[in-house]
Design a protein around this ligand. Structure first.
Ligand SMILES: Cc1cc2nc3c(=O)[nH]c(=O)nc-3n(C[C@H](O)[C@H](O)[C@H](O)COP(=O)(O)O)c2cc1C
Length: 175
């Protein structure tokens, strides 16, 4: 196996949800690299509806932690990315924005891990009250969809990598 393969696979298998962060801020260069990776994600019809709100202001991070029942770690995270979509550009963007944004979210988490950061995906889209609260706090216009948030920072916890293929979940040619 070549080293590109080894690095890519170990990055995918090693990524875990990190919910504890130390005090260190995330360097601007790393923020830019993560964003570049977010926008490199595949997009149906190349419609590219994804927008990202960077949140690095402590009072705003704390306010997000307050309104998200499973996002309390934001009060300790130095950084968050809110992944949104402007679907006004095309029908295909309207149809596929969730998949497009999910691909961007995963790229954010993988890029963060490759840069020795940790992160966790916080679901927003499927809870209307969370969408409403995030929209209000961040002043996201009504015509912009909100998929979710990634909390990012230097990890203060370690987790074992994923391994193996779960039994009974692979089907060959027919279910
Ligand atoms: C759509 C989605 C929503 C999630 N929402 C939350 C959340 O609100 N809070 C949280 O702590 N983790 C959340 N997670 C992270 C999952 O709990 C985590 O991925 C899962 O437990 C597997 O752990 P791993 O990421 O370390 O493999 C979410 C993950 C996904 C994909």
């Amino acid at each position: 196996m070549n080293s590109r393969y080894r690095q890519a696979v170990s990055n995918i298998l090693g990524r875990r949800s990190i919910r504890r962060f130390d005090e260190r801020p995330v360097e601007k260069e790393k923020v830019s690299l993560i964003l570049e990776c977010a926008f490199a994600a595949p997009s149906a019809g190349n419609a590219r509806p994804t927008h990202v709100v960077i949140v690095d202001d402590r009072p705003v991070l704390n306010a997000l932690a307050e309104v998200l029942p499973y996002g309390k770690m934001l009060s300790k995270a130095p950084l968050a990315f809110i992944v949104c979509a402007d679907t006004s550009g095309s029908d295909i963007a309207r149809l596929y924005w969730e998949e497009d944004c999910a691909a961007a979210m995963q790229n954010i988490l993988l890029a963060a891990y490759a840069l020795e950061l940790g992160g966790v995906w916080l679901g927003v889209h499927h809870a209307p009250e969370r969408v409403h609260a995030v929209r209000n706090l961040i002043k996201i216009p009504d015509n912009i969809e909100v998929l979710g948030i990634t909390a990012i920072g230097y990890p203060a916890e370690k987790k074992d990598p994923h391994e193996g293929i779960p039994e009974g979940k692979i089907h060959v040619n027919q279910w």
